[in-house]
Design a protein around this ligand. Structure first.
Ligand code: PEP
Ligand code: MN
Length: 520
C-alpha cells in the first residue's frame, strides 16, 4: 500500500472509485453519481490547496487506486486538521486503513504544521474507531442527536491525536522537499497560432510547468499599441491546451471577456492589476462568473493598497467563487527603482496572512527585465510563495508586448534549475526572520531619530551656557546621570559596560558640539 499525490491523470480512476465506494459512513458531501465535472472540481481543488489547506492522497495497491485519504485544515482553528478517508469495501479489515491513517497523519503534521488532528465517526462505525485508536487517537467529545443523511439521529464521536512534536519544533527541523510549487508560464500575449503552439510545446517539456498563460486582451498604456488578438487568439490558445495537455489561463477585464473565455474552455481566469483598482469592474466580473466553478487569480492592484486587493477577493467570494488565488505582480512606485513594479513584499505577505489564500508571484511584471528574474524568483520562494508566473516566448526579441522581460522556454528551464525550492516550513523560518529584521530596522531608525533630537537639545543647552557664561562640562552632574543609567540598564537586562560605552560616546559627541558653539 502506498499513498500518492493526485494528478490530473487520475481522473478516470477517481470517478470509478467515488461511484463504487460504500457510502454507509461517508458524509453526503460526496456527490452521487460522481461525474466528470465533480472529478475536475476535486482535482483542481487539490492542486491549489495541497500543502496549504490540506494534504490529499490516493491510496494505491498493486498500481490501482483503491481509496482516498486527506487531512484538511480547520477553517476555525488553523492548528487543527481533520482526517477523512474512503476505501473500497474489498480492502477493509486488512490493516490498510490503519497504515494509511498513520502515514497521512505524519505527512499532515509535517507539512501543515498542525498541533492536532481530529476525526469524526459515528458510534456504530466500530472498524474506523479501532483504526483511530491504533493510531493513538482518543475520544475527546461525544455529540448526541446528530442527524444522519438518512434522517435518523445517532451519536457521533470526535477523536483527536496530538502532534508528536510541537509545530514550533517542526518549523526548525523539517527540510522535506515535499512542498510543491505551481509554475505558470507562457507569453505575455497570444500573437499567432505558430507562436503560441511552439511556446506551449516547448514549455510542456518542462515538468515544473503546470499551466500555460497567454494574454488575449491586453491593457495598453497608449492606444496605438498591440491590444491582443481577441477571439481568434482563444482558438489558438485552446489548440495549445489540446496539443500539450496544459491547462490554460488568461486575463479577463469585462463580462464579454468572461463569456468568450468560457466558450473556449479556458481553465482559469486572472484579473489584471489595472482592473483590480476599479471596484465597478471587479463587481461586473464577479457577477459574470457567478455560478461558474472556475479558479480566479486576482492580481494586486497597481497601487499599493491592500484593502483594495482584499475587496476584490471579497467580491468574488460573495459571488460564490471558491477557488481564489492571489498574484503578486508588484506596485507602481514614484521613486526610481531597478524594478518595473516595486515588490513591497510585506503587502502580499500580509494578504496571505489575512485571507489564507495561495499566492503566485508574477516575477516578470515585478522585474520588467530578464536580468532580475532569477534573484527575484528566489526571493519569492524564500518568502513562501506558492508558485511563480513567468512570461515565456519562443522568440522574445520579436514579442509584440513586454519583449524586455520575456524569456525562452530553454531559459526558463535553466532559471528553474537554479532555484532552491525550500520546504514550506523553512520558508516560514525565513519569513519570521524577515519580520524580525524589519523590526530591528524600525528600532534602529527610532534610535537615530532620538539621537538627533538629543543632539539638538544639547546644542540648545550649549547656546544657553554660552549666554550665561557657564562651563561646558559639569562633571559631577554627568557622573550622577551615568550611574543612574547603569542602574536602569541593569533592571532592563543591559550590561553596565554597554551602557557605559554608549553613553560615554553620546556624551562625548555632545561636549564636542557644545564646545564648538562656545568657540563660535
Ligand atoms: C500581464 O500579465 O500580461 C499583465 C498585463 O499583467 P498586469 O495586469 O500585472 O500588468
Ligand atoms: Mn505582460
Amino acid at each position: 500500500m502506498l499513498l500518492k499525490r493526485w494528478t490530473l491523470f487520475d481522473k478516470a480512476e477517481l470517478i470509478v472509485l467515488c461511484n463504487a465506494v460504500d457510502r454507509t459512513y461517508l458524509s453526503d458531501r460526496l456527490p452521487y453519481p460522481y461525474t466528470d465535472a465533480d472529478a475536475d472540481w476535486w482535482l483542481g481543488m487539490v492542486e491549489l490547496n495541497e500543502g496549504k489547506m490540506g494534504v490529499f492522497r490516493a491510496i494505491v495497491v498493486d498500481g490501482k487506486i483503491i481509496g482516498s485519504i486527506s487531512v484538511e485544515r480547520s477553517l476555525e482553528d488553523p492548528n487543527e486538521g481533520e482526517v477523512g478517508y474512503m476505501l473500497l469495501k474489498e480492502h477493509w479489515s486488512k490493516g490498510i486503513a490503519t497504515e494509511m491513517v498513520s502515514q497521512i497523519c505524519g505527512i499532515a503534521f509535517r507539512e501543515l504544521l498542525l498541533d492536532r488532528i481530529v476525526a469524526k465517526v459515528y458510534e456504530s462505525n466500530v472498524a474506523s474507531i479501532k483504526v483511530l485508536e491504533k493510531n493513538g487517537f482518543v475520544c475527546v467529545q461525544t455529540l448526541n442527536n446528530v442527524t444522519t443523511k438518512e434522517g435518523y439521529t445517532t451519536i457521533m464521536q470526535v477523536y483527536s491525536t496530538q502532534s508528536p512534536v510541537g509545530a514550533q519544533d517542526i518549523k526548525q527541523v523539517d527540510s522535506s522537499p515535499a512542498f510543491t510549487h505551481t509554475i505558470i508560464a507562457g507569453p505575455c500575449s497570444v500573437e499567432s497560432e505558430a507562436q503560441i503552439l511552439a511556446t506551449a510545446q516547448a514549455l510542456a517539456k518542462i515538468p515544473e510547468v503546470k499551466m500555460l498563460r497567454g494574454g488575449i486582451w491586453k491593457p495598453r498604456t497608449r492606444p496605438a499599441a498591440f491590444e491582443g488578438r481577441g477571439e481568434e487568439g482563444l482558438v489558438w490558445l485552446r489548440k495549445a491546451k489540446q496539443t500539450t495537455g496544459l491547462p490554460i489561463i488568461t486575463e479577463v477585464a469585462t463580462p464579454e471577456h468572461v463569456e468568450l473565455a468560457l466558450k473556449y474552455d479556458i481553465d482559469a481566469l486572472w484579473v489584471g492589476a489595472r482592473t483590480v483598482v476599479n471596484p465597478f469592474s471587479v463587481q461586473q466580473l464577479a457577477d459574470a462568473i457567478r455560478g461558474v466553478d472556475i479558479p480566479v487569480f486576482i492580481k494586486n492592484p497597481v497601487s499599493p493598497d491592500l484593502q483594495l486587493w482584499i475587496g476584490a477577493f471579497e467580491r468574488f467570494q460573495k459571488a460564490g467563487v471558491t477557488r481564489l488565488v492571489a498574484i503578486h505582480r508588484g506596485f507602481s512606485y514614484y521613486k526610481e527603482s531597478p524594478y518595473r513594479n516595486f515588490p513591497m513584499w510585506e503587502i502580499p505577505i500580509e494578504l496571505t496572512q489575512k485571507l489564507n489564500v495561495p499566492i503566485v508571484t508574477d516575477v516578470s511584471h515585478i522585474c520588467g527585465n530578464r536580468e532580475l528574474l532569477q534573484a527575484t524568483a528566489q526571493k519569492a520562494l524564500d518568502l513562501a510563495t506558492d508558485g511563480l508566473m513567468i512570461e515565456c516566448h519562443i522568440n522574445p526579441a520579436e514579442a509584440l508586448t513586454d519583449a524586455k522581460q520575456q524569456i525562452t522556454p530553454d531559459e526558463l528551464k535553466s532559471l528553474l534549475a537554479g532555484l532552491t525550492f525550500r520546504s514550506k516550513s523553512s520558508c516560514h523560518v525565513e519569513r519570521d526572520l524577515a519580520n524580525l529584521r524589519s523590526e530591528i530596522d524600525d528600532i534602529d531608525n527610532e534610535l537615530l531619530q532620538l539621537l538627533a533630537r538629543r543632539m539638538e537639545v544639547s546644542a540648545q543647552i550649549g547656546e544657553y551656557k554660552k549666554r550665561n557664561n557657564v562651563t561646558v562640562v559639569q562633571m559631577d552632574r554627568w557622573k550622577k546621570i551615568l550611574a543612574e543609567h547603569v542602574a536602569t540598564g541593569a533592571d532592563l537586562g543591559l550590561s553596565p559596560q554597554l551602557i557605559d560605552e554608549v553613553f560615554e560616546a553620546i556624551h562625548q559627541a555632545s561636549i564636542e558640539r557644545q564646545s564648538s558653539i562656545m568657540e563660535d
